[in-house]
Design a protein around this ligand. Structure first.
Ligand SMILES: NC(=O)c1ccc[n+]([C@@H]2O[C@H](COP(=O)([O-])OP(=O)(O)OC[C@H]3O[C@@H](n4cnc5c(N)ncnc54)[C@H](OP(=O)(O)O)[C@@H]3O)[C@@H](O)[C@H]2O)c1
Length: 373
């Protein structure tokens, strides 16, 4: 029996993870955490003793002694749980990409010390992990991340001037929480994933490509030096990477349908439009610059997405806010978690200042609001 601590239990990934645990006899829930949603009913329904709403989850993790931590918290708030699991060598099933982006160097060092498994839940990185498994690093040429392109694929900047929150939340292929859905519409999500892939697999940025692939059937590819490319295919369904990470290396059965190839399958790919969707290029710039620039990218994006969702920031101004924040930040590396939390808070202040310049209300996306400070 594998004991699973599920952080972000009330979210999109959290709810799908509960379904996976319910249909997998080898898995049981030992802890649940949320940001502010009450967990009493969920805990009673699943017989879970340990719960926590908001705050630092590390006490909950110590007390519940999980075999696997599924970190499905949204945003930088997931950073403590990620570092806790990596440091102790407890298997980490990671959906919370923001923590790995913001804390890349600390996470890599903690992972090396802890020596446990780090299993990505992001479908693209789960695909890359599976295509890379058992391969010698020198045989790998490059990684290819696929992107659906979100609801605004093919639009021009002019056409994005007046898009609404509702438009941005209408994702064509994935049903997800609001923050990642907006990130998919700006391509900031693919930017976060680019940095996540660099941290997870150690390849330099010039060997990680992003391509558009509207139907999200090919989850990602690895190119090898002999000219072969291995891809991971399946209908878009997060139950598959969640189950893979929770049951690794067993690969339990899921309810996901098999690909129906006889019905016909057309695979379309193309280059992303970096002028209309500059957030992806900004992420690459932040990743290549290193230090805490990825943390700054993430913090600015969280603040700007919050302002788009709740304070009327125009869609195109999300990337402008990220650019202004990256320009104003110093990107000094963070020696420890306290320094990283400070860098995140400083970046949020810069991003909020950029929003105030635009006349957007103060207080959105604050560290305090996210329960991190
Ligand atoms: N959804 C997907 O298909 C998908 C795919 C790939 C990767 N991901 C990644 O998975 C993560 C979760 O995404 P999601 O779509 O599931 O988001 P979501 O639906 O918005 O759910 C977020 C979860 O995080 C919890 N949370 C928020 N702040 C917290 C805090 N300070 N401490 C503890 N828990 C907190 C929320 O609790 P409350 O209910 O109390 O707010 C909720 O349970 C994100 O990093 C996202 O990028 C998601």
């Amino acid at each position: 029996m594998r004991r699973v601590a599920l952080l972000g239990a009330t979210g999109s990934i959290g709810r799908q993870a509960i379904e996976v645990v319910e249909r997998t006899p080898e898995l049981e829930l030992c802890a649940l955490a949320s940001g502010s949603s009450d967990l009493a009913a969920l805990a009673a329904e699943h017989g879970v003793e340990h719960t926590q709403v908001g705050g630092d989850p590390t006490g909950l993790l110590e007390a519940s002694e999980p075999d696997v931590v599924l970190n499905a918290v949204v945003g930088f708030a997931g950073v403590r749980a990620t570092l806790w699991a990596l440091e102790r060598g407890v298997t980490l099933a990671l959906a919370n990409k923001e923590s790995l982006v913001a804390a890349g160097q600390l996470a890599t060092a903690a992972h090396e010390r802890g020596g446990g498994l780090l299993l990505p839940v992001d479908s693209e990185h789960s695909a890359l992990f599976q295509c890379l498994e058992g391969r010698r690093p020198e045989t790998v040429d490059s990684l290819v991340l696929t992107a659906s392109g979100g609801p605004f694929r093919g639009r021009t900047r002019d056409e994005l001037e007046h898009v609404t929150v509702e438009d941005a939340l209408a994702h064509p292929t994935w049903q997800m929480g609001p923050k990642i859905t907006v990130d998919s519409a700006t391509l900031a999500n693919k930017g976060l994933e680019l940095i996540e892939a660099h941290v997870l697999f150690g390849l330099p940025y010039d060997r990680i490509e992003v391509v558009l692939h509207p139907t999200s059937v090919v989850h990602s590819l690895v190119r090898f030096r002999d000219g072969a490319a291995l891809a991971h295919l399946g209908y878009p369904d997060m139950a598959v990477p969640i189950s893979f990470a929770l049951t690794y290396p067993e690969r339990a059965a899921t309810a996901a349908p098999q690909l129906d190839l006889a019905a016909g399958l057309t695979l379309e790919f193309g280059a992303p439009d970096l002028e209309t969707f500059p957030a992806l290029a900004l992420a690459r710039r932040a990743g290549e610059a290193g230090g805490t620039y990825p943390c700054v990218f993430n913090a600015a994006n969280e603040v700007a997405v919050d302002a788009f969702l709740h304070a009327g920031l125009p869609f195109l101004a999300i990337a402008d806010t990220i650019a202004a924040t990256l320009d104003a930040a110093d990107g000094e590396p963070a020696a420890d978690l306290d320094a990283l939390v400070d860098a995140d808070a400083a970046a949020r202040r810069l991003a909020r200042a950029a929003l105030t310049d635009r006349g957007v209300v103060r207080g959105v996306g604050s560290t305090e609001q996210r329960g991190i400070a």
